[in-house]
Write a protein that binds this ligand. Structure first.
Ligand SMILES: C[S@@+](CC[C@H](N)C(=O)[O-])C[C@H]1O[C@@H](n2cnc3c(N)ncnc32)[C@H](O)[C@@H]1O
Length: 358
């Protein structure tokens, strides 16, 4: 999924860091899990991982890629699943073949919709919006009828969230849509079976909680991997559409406002994306974590100063184990330079900070 801070391409750097720094252990926590790309890697690398994030769509991805340890069998869907075939692939194919059905996403996020708004919100083509609606409703109906267990539910939801993102008419974030249709948006919505990590035997857990609240309640574990927001852009405002798809509109329809259709009661603002509170949030989290190793991804333009990171980590851990590894990286650009934001170039340095804790 296109996501600010997605570490998918940086997993080799993180793996090298873990090896070079001599980090060992069997339990890890990733409390800013996002797309779950690092937690997924840690699970495959031998850790039982606890994950969290404040976003609902992240919870679905965490569950699918980290908690699920056996490929779902969809036993409650006997009329859909061909037992002789790969059952996940068959279920995904069934969802891909559903008739479009115009509902919430169609009404609010494609130009033909316009429910209660003068804005055309060109996020999805009408066909794709109605396909997203049809698939989301079917997943909800199956769940409501008790025909899916949690693993099956989140695997299908993850497949839909990722498929919708591939055809979203954006440059990567949902804070704006593009005025003309982009080539990716004109392709038909196709769900793909998520590439699960199965058979590890690790007991992993997913949460949708504030990082500090979660950390304060955890039993001691080996590795704390931190990947907090780098800048003042609030994720809740940039990814509201995956959030709506994850949460659904079946119990209560969210009330939307403005050009981009942000939910009115959106309240997921993070201290980590505010200049005045991020350094305190960082110190509180590091000091509360009951772990043996702390590894943090950050980048050279982050709002927590390098001096703060170094002094908090040195004080919390064994000072002379402190390290800083770096790797040049192509910048994630979701928008162009503007009056309020000037990028300093196309490259940014990705950093890994480490301290061992007694
Ligand atoms: C840099 S991204 C993490 C990216 C992730 N490692 C990946 O590879 O996709 C930061 C994440 O922190 C989450 N976040 C922000 N404030 C949070 C908080 N107080 N507690 C937990 N998660 C938070 C955001 O929703 C976002 O997903």
């Amino acid at each position: 999924m296109r996501y600010i801070g997605n570490k998918r391409k940086l997993v080799p750097f993180i793996r090298r860091g873990i090896e070079e720094l001599g980090i060992t252990g069997t339990t890890a926590c990733d409390p800013f899990a996002g797309t779950a790309s690092v937690a997924r890697f840690l699970k495959g690398h031998g850790y039982a991982v606890t994950t969290s994030d404040i976003m609902s769509f992240s919870y679905a991805l965490q569950w699918a890629y980290v908690v699920v340890d056996r490929t779902p069998e969809f036993r409650g869907l006997s009329e859909v699943v061909d037992r002789a075939e790969d059952q996940l692939a068959t279920t995904v194919r069934y969802l891909n073949e559903l008739e479009p059905r115009a509902e919430f996403i169609y009404e609010h996020f494609c130009p033909e919709g316009h429910a209660g708004s003068e804005h055309e919100r060109r996020y999805f083509t009408p066909e794709n919006a109605a396909k997203i609606d049809a698939v989301r409703r079917k997943i909800w109906e199956w769940c409501d009828d008790g025909r899916l267990n949690d693993d099956e539910h989140y695997v299908l939801l993850a497949a839909l969230i990722e498929a919708a993102d591939r055809v979203a008419n954006t440059t990567g974030v949902y804070a704006a849509y593009v005025k003309s249709w982009q080539p990716n948006a004109e392709k038909p919505l196709r769900l793909r079976p998520p590439r699960l990590v199965t058979g590890t035997g690790h007991r992993c857990r997913a949460h949708q909680r504030d990082a500090l609240n979660l950390i304060q309640e955890l039993e001691p574990f080996d590795l704390l991997y931190l990947d907090p927001p780098y800048n003042t852009r609030q994720y809740a405002g940039y990814y509201h559409i995956p959030e709506i798809i994850a949460e659904g509109w079946f119990a209560e329809s969210p009330k939307l406002r403005g050009k981009t259709g942000l939910p009115e009661d959106q309240n997921k603002r993070s201290d980590w994306s505010r200049r005045r509170s991020c350094e305190q949030a960082f110190a509180d989290l590091v000091n509360a974590a009951p772990c043996r190793h702390i590894l943090m991804s950050y980048n050279s333009e982050g709002i927590i100063s390098e001096g703060c990171i170094e002094s908090v980590l040195r004080q919390r851990g064994i000072a002379d184990t402190y390290r800083r590894l770096e790797q040049p990286y192509k910048r994630y650009r979701s928008d162009r330079d503007s009056k309020t934001r000037r990028y300093k170039g196309d490259r940014v340095t990705e950093l890994l900070y480490y301290v061992g804790v007694a």
